[in-house]
Design a protein around this ligand. Structure first.
Ligand code: NAP
Length: 246
C-alpha cells in the first residue's frame, strides 16, 4: 500500500507558534506540504514562514474567538483554501496544576474554551472543503491526561477527555468517506506549555528538569506525520506516546 504523499497538499497547523505545532510545521514542510501556520503570536509565525514564500503562510488565529475561527478560511488567499489537512495543536493549561478552588471560574473556563471549543471551531471551519472532496485529514491533540486524572488537573484533564470523545465521534461521522481523523495523545513533552501554564520560565524549566523522562516536540511531530502519511485506506485513530522513563 502506498504511503500518502503530502507533497503540495495544504495543511493547516493551528497552534503553530511553538512546541509541537512548530515542530509539525517543519516536518510537513520537509514532506513538501504547503503549510498554513496559525496562532495568536504573529511574530513567531512570521519567523517560521520567513524565506518560505508559497510554502508557509502565517495566519493570525485565536481559536477561543468564534469570529477569528469562522473567518479563518476566507482570510486565507484564494490559492490556500483547498485544505487537505488540519492539525489542531492550539491548547493551554493557564492557571492549571492547582486545586480547583485556587483559580477562578473564568481561568478554568478558558482552558475548556481553547482546548475543547477551539478544537471544535477549527474542525468546523475546515470540514466543508473536505466533505466536498470526500478526502482530508484532521489531527487533534489530546493528551495522556485524556486517559487519566490527577490532583490539580481536573479541568485540563476534563478538556482532554472531551477532545478524545469529540475526535472519536468525528471519525465515526466521516466513516463513509476518505476523511481520516486521528487523535495524538502525548505524554510529558518539553515545550512552552509549562511556562504558559505558570507564566514563569524558571518554574517551568525546574518542572521539566525534575521529570524522569521527557519527550521532545519532534517526537510528537513524528507521530503526527506517521498518521498523515499512512496509506489513505488506513485511519490511524489514536497514538499514545510516553517517554520511555516515566
Ligand atoms: P506550547 O508550546 O505552549 O504551544 C501551544 C500552542 O497553542 C502555541 O502555538 C499557542 O500559540 C497555541 N495557542 C494557545 N492558545 C491559543 C488560542 N487561543 N488560539 C490559537 N492558538 C493558541 O505547548 P505544546 O506542548 O506544544 O501544546 C500543543 C498541544 O499539545 C496542546 O493542545 C497541549 O494540550 C497538547 N499536549 C502537550 C503536552 C506537553 O507535555 N507539552 C502533553 C500532552 C498534550 P499562541 O500563544 O501564539 O496563540
Amino acid at each position: 500500500m502506498e504511503r500518502f504523499d503530502l507533497k503540495d497538499k495544504i495543511v493547516l497547523v493551528a497552534g503553530a507558534s511553538s512546541g509541537i505545532g512548530a515542530a509539525t510545521v517543519e516536518r510537513l514542510l520537509a514532506e513538501g506540504a504547503r503549510v498554513i501556520a496559525a496562532a495568536r503570536r504573529m511574530d513567531r509565525l512570521q519567523a517560521l514562514a520567513k524565506d518560505r514564500p508559497g510554502h508557509c503562510l502565517p495566519l493570525q488565529l485565536d481559536v477561543a474567538d468564534p469570529d477569528s475561527t469562522s473567518s479563518m478560511v476566507e482570510r486565507m488567499p484564494e490559492g490556500w483554501r483547498n485544505i487537505h489537512g488540519a492539525v489542531v495543536c492550539a491548547g493551554h493549561d493557564v492557571g492549571g496544576r492547582a486545586r480547583f478552588d485556587q483559580a477562578d471560574a473564568e481561568t478554568w473556563a478558558n482552558i475548556i474554551e481553547t482546548n475543547v471549543n477551539g478544537t471544535i471551531r477549527v474542525c468546523r471551519a475546515v470540514i466543508d472543503r473536505m466533505t466536498a472532496r470526500g478526502t482530508g485529514h484532521i489531527v487533534t491533540l489530546g493528551s495522556v491526561s485524556g486517559l487519566i486524572t490527577y490532583p490539580g488537573g481536573s479541568i485540563y484533564s476534563a478538556s482532554k477527555h472531551a477532545v478524545r470523545a469529540f475526535t472519536d465521534g468525528l471519525r465515526k461521522d466521516y466513516g463513509d468517506s476518505d476523511i481520516r481523523v486521528t487523535e495524538i495523545l502525548p505524554g510529558l513533552t518539553r515545550t512552552e506549555f509549562a511556562e504558559s501554564r505558570w507564566g514563569d520560565g524558571s518554574k517551568a524549566e525546574a518542572f521539566y528538569d525534575k521529570a524522569p523522562g521527557l519527550l521532545e516536540p519532534e517526537d510528537i511531530a513524528s507521530a503526527i506525520l506517521y498518521a498523515m502519511t499512512a496509506p489513505e485506506s488506513v485511519n490511524v485513530s489514536q497514538i499514545v506516546v510516553h517517554p520511555t522513563r516515566v
